[in-house]
Write a protein that binds this ligand. Structure first.
Ligand code: MG
Length: 289
């Protein structure tokens, strides 16, 4: 199933996509997707909504889709250098030794980065002149836990989304630590929906692509991840409790702008599209503010 949060006529709701309409979760359902995930059996609630003869529906193309979880409990948890070829291009460009990480590189993006799958991305040129793209597979945690065994980790996944980990490379460089360069407001579009995990039998068998103004820039595959989804969940949960609605973005393949010769960055008017096979496509315009 595809779970969406959306706004229509000034009201925010959630629902499930059924063909070209959204079945709206109204009275009698959890108020938000985050509250849905806090229930014992969210998939049963989705099945009830799908079969509910009283559910109203709205045309998908008349609703403004929002990030499926507009405000999770935690920052978005992100892996860096999780694809070998991207690790190589990044380290080479920075003049560093090319060594694959033995342990995942983990940073976060502030919750205020989260924005919709088709939202405009503000570019404040006084803050950054090096805005870059990173198409990624994002995981949404369903059932929380700590010390989750790798063999059981995928049972804790509620579903998957497309995410663009937009990054200000100049801020990332200037402030050393990743947080500021990764935390520009509205620099984390995601969605367009959460595809529930039952429809993604193998998260390590997905194409990850990014286009800028229609030109293919990234063309990776999740089989190339150094730390697969299950191992990542197991490792993270040894350190912190994972909670329903936590979002883990699993890193980007090669083809980012700063590692190109010459380097390329996003400008006002550019359109960035990120797509994951079997999940969907997000498309965002860069707008000067
Ligand atoms: Mg990234």
């Amino acid at each position: 199933m595809r779970v969406v949060s959306f706004r229509q006529n000034g009201k925010t709701d959630w629902g499930i996509v059924s063909e070209d309409r959204i079945r709206v979760a109204g009275d009698g359902y959890p108020a938000t997707v985050l509250q849905l995930l806090e229930q014992d059996a969210p998939m049963d609630i989705l099945s009830r909504l799908q079969a509910d003869p009283d559910a109203t529906s709205v045309p998908l193309n008349e609703a403004e889709l929002l990030a499926p979880i507009p405000r999770p409990r935690k920052n978005v948890i992100c892996l860096g250098l999780n694809y070998a070829e991207h690790a190589r291009e990044s380290l080479q460009t920075k003049g560093l030794a090319v060594e694959m990480p033995e342990h995942p590189v983990v940073f976060t993006k502030s919750t205020t980065t989260i924005t919709g799958p088709y939202a405009d991305i503000p570019l404040r040129s006084q803050v950054t002149r090096e805005l870059d793209w990173e198409a990624e597979l994002a995981v949404v945690i369903g059932r929380g836990g700590r010390d989750i065994p790798e063999a059981e980790a995928l049972q804790h996944v509620f579903g998957y989304m497309v995410l663009n980990d937009l990054t200000a490379r100049d801020l990332q460089r200037r402030h050393k630590q990743f947080f500021l360069g990764k935390s520009l407001d509205d620099s984390c579009p995601m969605g367009p929906w959460i595809v529930t995990a039952d429809e993604v039998p193998d998260p390590q068998n997905l194409n990850v692509r990014c286009w800028v103004n229609g030109v293919l820039k990234q063309d990776g595959h999740t089989s190339q991840q150094i730390f697969p989804v299950a191992r990542t969940i197991a490792l993270l949960s040894q350190i912190m409790t994972l909670e329903p609605g936590d979002i883990i973005s699993t890193g980007t393949p090669e083809g980012v702008g700063f590692a190109r010769q010459p380097p390329e960055f996003l400008s006002a008017g550019d359109v960035v599209e990120c797509e994951i096979s079997g999940i969907g496509l997000i498309s965002n315009s860069i707008v000067a503010v």
